[in-house]
Design a protein around this ligand. Structure first.
Ligand SMILES: Nc1ncnc2c1ncn2[C@@H]1O[C@H](COP(=O)(O)OP(=O)(O)OP(=O)(O)O)[C@@H](O)[C@H]1O
Ligand SMILES: N[C@@H](CCO)C(=O)O
Length: 310
């Protein structure tokens, strides 16, 4: 027998995320202080209606092809629950195509909404949520922090997809510099080589391990720990102004990395106010690469996705 829906009105919030964190390509990630909200009402009819406010309000589909709806349906199928008509209201605050995990947030929102709707939420564990989200995304580094919050390491093996929360010291802050230009993740992945030199792989292994230690409370190592040879250099041309911003920040001694597939740039540090990154963009950074940038500064550990019944 199909699993029952136990609620007909739920609300979900999912944070933006930065994937990679420099050396941890497709593995490390961190939740950021901006979140999308989605309200879902199950309908007696088979109708699907969608209201969107914010990012994508004039471009996103209002039908079954909407990413949140697709993920919700996949999650209902996964637990053997009946499909339902639905009305969805989305407040989209995460910019799209900027390396801030908007697609992962949409997918996780759909799965967590399904989890809140069904009679047995335990049928969809956090681990299964990650497996389902990875099936949409193809890489788990954004979905993992979107689900668990804070900083995470995620990996795949023959059994599936896994993630663990990383220790994140209270003193670690983030600032994200967001340009107005967009870079679809698909385009940024298409320029990566199929093989990399062994010496570059070894270079990143050392930095990724050092970064885990630095995040746990050694902020003085963040600059060395955020260097990378596996993706940012290969993407320099498609990243355009982000490559200039990355260089400008690192030349100032700031631990900057490309956020996800870019073109946003993430800065990690223990006192980002001292670098003028606590509110707005510092004067020297305005117009770098011919872009207009805005800055989002986060000082607290960001929680993962939350779903509640209304
Ligand atoms: N809230 C949303 N609702 C529906 N579709 C969305 C939503 N957010 C993102 N998308 C879809 O995902 C696309 C962006 O995904 P893409 O993977 O290119 O970038 P990103 O997820 O923002 O960045 P990154 O993966 O580098 O962190 C959008 O153009 C849109 O099609
Ligand atoms: N690890 C992914 C993050 C993008 O979402 C990439 O760099 O392509």
């Amino acid at each position: 027998m199909a699993m029952r829906l136990a609620a007909d009105h739920v609300k979900v919030s999912v944070p933006a995320t930065a994937g990679n964190l420099g050396p941890g390509f497709d593995a490390l990630g961190m939740a950021l202080g901006v979140a999308d909200e989605v309200e879902v009402r199950a309908l007696a009819s088979s109708e699907v209606t969608i209201e969107i406010e914010g990012e994508g309000e004039s471009t996103l589909a209002r039908d079954e092809s909407h990413l949140v709806v697709q993920a919700l349906r996949a999650a209902l199928d996964h637990v053997g629950a009946s499909q339902t008509g639905l009305h969805m209201r989305a407040i989209n605050r995460i910019p799209h195509g900027r390396g801030l995990g908007s697609s992962a947030a949409a997918v996780v929102a759909g799965i967590v909404a399904a989890r809140a709707l069904i009679a047995e939420p335990d049928a969809l564990s956090l681990e299964e949520t990650l497996v389902l989200a990875n099936a949409f995304e193809g890489h788990p580094d954004n979905a993992a922090p979107a689900i668990y919050g804070g900083a995470t390491v995620a990996w795949k093996d023959a059994e599936g997809v896994h993630a663990r929360p990383l220790q994140l010291a209270d003193e670690i802050e983030t600032a994200v510099l967001i340009p107005s230009s967009v870079l679809p993740t698909k385009e940024a992945r298409a320029v990566l080589p199929a093989k990399v030199p062994h010496v570059d792989a070894a270079f990143n292994v050392a930095r990724a391990a050092l970064l885990v230690n630095a995040l746990a409370g050694r902020p003085e190592d963040l600059l060395a720990a955020t260097d990378d040879r596996l993706h940012q250099g290969y993407r320099a041309d498609v990243l355009g102004p982000a490559t200039s911003m990355l260089r400008a920040l690192r030349d100032r001694g700031l631990a900057a990395v490309v956020s996800g597939a870019g073109p946003s740039v993430l800065v990690l540090g223990a006192d980002l106010a001292a670098a003028g990154l606590e509110s707005g963009v510092p004067a020297w950074a305005e117009g770098v690469g011919g872009e207009s940038w805005r800055c989002v500064h986060t000082i607290e550990r960001v929680p993962g996705a939350m779903g509640v019944r209304l």
